[in-house]
Write a protein that binds this ligand. Structure first.
Ligand SMILES: [Zn+2]
Length: 476
């Protein structure tokens, strides 16, 4: 049982037509006569991509997750429904085993809509601006906060203003993501400290709240939420994001009129930790069942939009890898596990719990792959692990390059799989084209219609191809 929907809801509406292998049979009839053990890597990888592009189910799965469940912040009824969605979806596909792994998660709620208002601008008088409370933030309470604004671009600039100028003010962090960076994650990384740590930096100097320019591109009309991190022993103050369009407007108004007063009202609060789950599906290995290859994405999302790219895409791709293998009749030598991690966005408890249990059970995870950069067209894989393991992976480049998987140069894995690193697990991140990712990331715009079927299915096939090579050859 789960909150919100009767059980038959899933049985009837989430029933995804799993084993319709007719086309697959024709595709692989030549393979089955000789058996997969004698099929060349090249042919098998082509088979995976053909199957995904002709009969992929990733898009269909993502549609049901986005439209039947919707957004699903940890601890919310949406997250509980998503857990049941994941379990039913994998059960219906007939994987060897499907189970839930309990984990306690932070439970933050937004409450009623935020108000952010310029009260007395000489130019425009009173005007509501588009803001969104940051995840984990405390609220202002119903009385709201009225204060002057001080705009800064960096923590250094904030410190130069000092306590006498910051005391009692709302600090407005307005450093944009650098639009000239081709690597959009680097642009994000160059600005996101304002969102993550700005509240505590401002509170140390006596600020009453912070407003952070959204982690997005210029002229967006909507705000991006995301986690705020309160430093221990520092007073907690409310934190909100403002749309980039309104950040630019506010900055312009402040240039002419430094005495603008701002009214801020948010109703968010942190509740007690709530019970939740990682959702796990598995196909048991035929030869080396104790060697585990885990693939995954995170099941939780922020409480706006539908969490389509972040990270519904990664979840359905992980499930699809197992489904493709099953549909093709490919029996892995090693154990292949799909994990839908809970709570990546505001706690990482799911990833930590998974690694903790893997360690306690002395499981041997040879590789962990995460897809959490959106459901976009393939570019390559990031990796972190031993030099020997990296070299082995890079050796497969020639097999993967025909499928637009050419970039194996970047270090990194994924947030949820990071906790497996101390166990010696090779970490791998699926690396798609990320030029559009930060237009949707953590916003109301991260919805199913922003995902392209072909690109999403190519991502699933990319992961399946790599899992196939890891399964066939291992990493030793
Ligand atoms: Zn994500």
């Amino acid at each position: 049982m789960f909150l919100g929907f009767p059980d038959r809801f899933f049985t009837f509406q989430f029933k995804i037509d799993v084993m319709k292998p007719l086309l697959a049979v024709t595709l692989f009839v030549c393979l089955s006569t000789v058996g997969y053990s004698q099929t060349t890597d090249k042919d098998l990888i082509k088979g995976i991509f053909d199957a995904a592009l002709k009969e992929g189910k990733s898009y269909q799965m993502l549609h049901s997750l986005c439209t039947k469940v919707g957004h699903r912040l940890s601890g919310s009824p949406g997250a509980a429904a998503a857990v049941e969605w994941g379990r039913h979806t994998m059960d219906d596909f007939g994987f060897d085993s499907v189970w839930l792994q309990p984990v306690m998660v932070p439970h933050w709620v937004r409450g009623q809509a935020e108000v952010g208002r310029v009260v007395n601008s000489k130019k425009i008088g009173s005007k509501d601006l588009t803001i969104l409370a940051l995840g984990g933030s405390i609220g202002t309470g119903p009385a709201g906060i009225s204060a002057g604004i001080i705009e800064v671009k960096s923590f250094d600039e904030l410190k130069q203003y000092g306590e006498k100028n910051v005391q009692g003010k709302i600090v407005f962090f307005n450093r944009p993501m650098d639009p000239t960076k081709i690597n959009t994650f680097a642009a994000y990384g160059g600005a996101v400290e304002q969102r993550a740590n700005g509240a505590s930096e401002a509170a140390k100097l006596g600020a009453v709240a912070v407003m952070v320019r959204s982690m997005g591109w210029t002229n967006e009309t909507y705000a991006h939420t995301g986690g705020v991190r309160y430093a221990p022993m520092v007073r907690q103050i409310p934190a909100v994001a403002i749309s980039t369009q309104h950040a630019d407007l506010l900055s312009k108004l402040l240039k002419d009129d430094r005495d603008i007063q701002f009214y801020l009202e948010t109703h968010c609060e942190m509740l007690e930790d709530a019970p939740s789950f990682n959702v796990i599906g598995q196909i048991k290995g035929s030869e080396y069942k104790d060697e585990i290859i885990v693939i995954g994405g995170h099941l939780d999302s922020w409480d706006v939009g539908q969490g389509a790219h972040d990270d519904g895409a990664g979840c359905v791709q992980a499930i699809e890898v197992l489904r493709l293998f099953k549909m093709m009749g490919y029996k892995p030598k090693r154990t292949i596990r799909a994990v839908l991690y809970m709570n990546e966005e505001n706690g990482l408890r799911g990833g930590q719990k998974y690694a903790e249990i893997a360690k306690a059970k002395r499981e041997n995870h040879i590789a962990a792959i995460e897809s959490d950069r959106g459901g976009f067209a393939p570019r390559g894989f990031t990796m972190s692990g031993s030099d020997a393991a990296k070299a082995k992976l890079k050796n497969w480049k020639a097999l993967l390059e025909p499928y637009d998987l050419w970039d194996f140069s970047q270090e990194g894995g994924g947030a949820d799989i990071g906790p497996l690193a101390p166990q010696g697990t090779m970490l791998i991140g699926y690396l798609p084209d990320s030029q559009r990712y930060f237009s949707y990331h953590h916003t109301q715009e991260d919805t199913f219609d922003k995902v392209d079927k072909r690109e999403l299915e190519l991502g699933s096939a990319s992961m399946a191809a790599l899992v196939f090579l890891l399964d066939r050859y291992g990493l030793k």
